[in-house]
Design a protein around this ligand. Sequence first.
Ligand SMILES: [Zn+2]
Length: 113
Amino acid sequence: MNQTTTNLVRLENAEAFLTYQWPQGLRPSLETEIKLLRRQIPPGTMAVYTRLKKRRGRAMAKVVGGICQACRTRLPQTLVMGMDENQDAACCRNCGRFIYLAHPTPKSNNSRR
Ligand SMILES: [Zn+2]
């Protein structure tokens, strides 16, 4: 995953956590992280992110097996394969959300239980 996409995923998670009830001490560190992440994400990308959050509730969509999990559209293979190499965050052609690859856990890990 490229840095911008990684930051976007972390930002959305941090913002989701903020909606929970937190002990007084934890909230400021979460807000600091959000501020830091926002500074690292390019302004243009940040604007798209904010718009997506407003319109669709979530700005990020996981891609599993080449399919956007938010809108269930199969994405072009070239798009999915280029996701790790591109510096910019990739978007789903159908719903417009930023997409990121969910790497399945290797089977060897499951057998150790
Ligand atoms: Zn989609």
